[in-house]
Design a protein. Sequence first.
Length: 138
Amino acid sequence: MIIEKIKNDKVQARKNKDTAATKILSLVMSELDRKQKYTDVDTIKVIKDSIKNNKLMLEHQSDSDKIDLLSKEIAILEKYLPEQFTTEEINAIVNEFVTANGPCTMQHLGKLMKQFKESGKDFDGAVVSIIFKQQINI
């Protein structure tokens, strides 16, 4: 389970006096404790939310030290996410889907998303949607 890896890495970060890793992993653990949900799905959701928050904070920062810290925290958290499709892989799958299904409309997007979900890899639904819309010229 991801939670066990986070716990072990947090202990190791404390031993190594890595304050950035200790802080961000403690934040994830406290959020999971608050929700009292420890499944991999819940853990991944908390990690993604933390990454999203850090990216938003990055956009509004001008202090280089804070930018470095936020970037380091994002890199630490991304290690715990499952493998994701690259944009090139998404493009290829969407292209193959559109070719196989002939003229597509937005109603086909649900079938495409289902195909991505069944793959077992993580993906960004917004990117899939944008590429699909480009492929069908909407």
